[in-house]
Structures are given as structure tokens and as C-alpha cells.
Design a protein around this ligand. Sequence first.
Ligand code: NAD
Length: 305
Amino acid sequence: MDESAVGGLRADFTVLHEASLVDRPAALQDALSGAKALIVRNRTQVTADLLSHAPKLRVVGRLGVGLDNIDLATCAARGIAVCPATGANAIAVAEYVVGMTLRLLRWQAYGATARVLSGDWPRNDCIGGDANGRMMGLLGFGAIAQAVAIRAKALGMAVAAYDPYVEPGNAAWQGVVNLDLPALLAQADVLSLHVPLNDSTRHMIDAAAMQGMKDTAILINTARGGIVDERALATALTDGGLAGAALDVFETEPVSAESAAHLRDAPRLILTPHIAGVTGESNVLVSQVTADNVRRALTAEAGPR
Ligand code: NAD
């Protein structure tokens, strides 16, 4: 968490800021015995068991958006508020999606350094594709997908999305084609995933979904690992069923040996360590939004004097 946001909290509360607690479960349990608030990123698993060590807890602040690491049912039953930093890292993720789109469309050119230094001059091999005129398909059309849509339009891309929970009358749909899932899969040149991980989205992009996509399409997953079947993705890339992919999130993080064995030899695949939403700027904003959320929850909890 950004130090200046921690400092703001220290002015009014007793704060233990200890990033290593995520890897020291016993120390975390101890620290929670008197805590009214807990602030986590995505690695700390806020399970019913962990919550049972926090009898005074009133609020969980999440330095990010996805809540799949938090037992929401137990929090609700105990009246513990759960506060994501909604929208605070949307621009960072959206810029990552744009970057990966451009990188993957000109795969050979951006990867040519070693060949150029060796005296090779592989111009024909390095002819890639324009983003302009291609379709950016968005699975989920919430805060991050809408930030991607704005940037994709600026590149001259057509934009389409599938999200049955965003009302057709919502202004965000302006200039964005509202498609059902099979049509989105069939028409997207770039498919970027922006849904939460839950029972309805787990393995939503499996072998059958990939078969419904263009062979020339690119897949970008910054949402959650469990949404893409990693083994099916490796097969699709190897067999030419997809033209490229970027994964920032994985079924297991860090990547399990089993997943690595599937993904290692897949061509035109970029892997990053769950970092799409984290830039210097977004970290400051996410930390500040989370500190404000926690402060508000603790103040509201105190009630009228
Ligand atoms: P959001 O809540 O604003 O948007 C999610 C959208 O998904 C909502 O509009 C919802 O209606 C839609 N949705 C839910 N289930 C769906 C389904 N079955 N089919 C179609 N649409 C569905 O969230 P957001 O801020 O846009 O973030 C999206 C996800 O990105 C988060 O849940 C989080 O897991 C992930 N994320 C990753 C990083 C990173 O660093 N890689 C950073 C931030 C967020």
C-alpha cells in the first residue's frame, strides 16, 4: 500500500502496515485479534477461518477490484463491510490491453531486436497488422472494459461487448455494438476479458469458446485466471486456432508446474505476473481510495455519539 495513504490512516488509527503478513498466516491471525479493519490485495485469502480470528472486524478494504479472494457470505453474515477500490486501476488495465493488442498484432516486428543485431534484415517476416479497422470484443462491460472501449475507438477499432447486466439504455453503449456471447466470440479480432471470476464465468473461455473464435483472433486476459482454460489456450495457439494471447492472470498464482508445462511451448503467448492494474500512478490512487473507504466504514460504524 502506498505510504502516503498509510500515513493518512496513521493520523487517526493505530496501523500495522506489514506487506509480508500475506506469507505469514500465523502472524496475520495474531495481528487480527484486535483489528477493526483489514486491508488486503488479491493474494491474502480472507476465508471464514481467517475471519474467525478477527472477532472485532468491521471492514475489509481491497486494494483492487476482484473479490474472489474474500468470503463475501461470511462477511455479510457478520456485518463486515467489503470495499473494493472500484475504477481506481481501470486506466492501468486498459492501457495494458491496448499495449498487448499492438504488441501481438506486430509480433515479429517488436521481437526483432536479436535478428537485427545479428545483421539479419527480416522486413518481410516483420509485416504485422493494423489495429485500425479491427474489432475489439469485450467480455464484460464494466469499468475497465469501458476504459478499454474509449482507447480502442481512438485507435480506429470497432468495439463490441457482451454484458447482459449493463442496461441497453446505458450511455456507455454509445458507439459500442451490444452482442450476445456467440456473436462476440465469432466477430472479435481481439477478445479482452473483463468479467469477475464466479461460478457463471469459470472456464467461460474453454476449448468450445475458442473454436467459435477467428483463427486470426487474439485473446487478452486481465480478469481472472479461472476464466480461461489454460490447457485449451495452449492447444489453440499451437494448432493455429488463435493468433496470439496475453495472460496477466492464471488459474494458480504463481503459475503451477502443471500449467507451465502446457503454456511453455505455446507460440505468440505473453505472460505477465498479475500486474496489469498496478502502475505507480494506479497504486497511489488505489491506496487512497481504499484508505478513504476504510475510514468511512469505521467512522460510520462508530455511529451517532
Ligand atoms: P466491474 O464490476 O466494473 O465490471 C465487471 C462486469 O462484468 C460487470 O459489468 C458485470 O455486469 C459483468 N459480468 C459479470 N458476470 C458476467 C457474465 N457472466 N457475462 C458477461 N458479463 C458479466 O469490474 P472491473 O473494474 O471492470 O474489473 C473486471 C475484473 O478485472 C475484476 O473482476 C477483476 O477480477 C479484474 N481486474 C484485474 C486486474 C489486474 O491487475 N489484472 C486489475 C483490476 C481488475
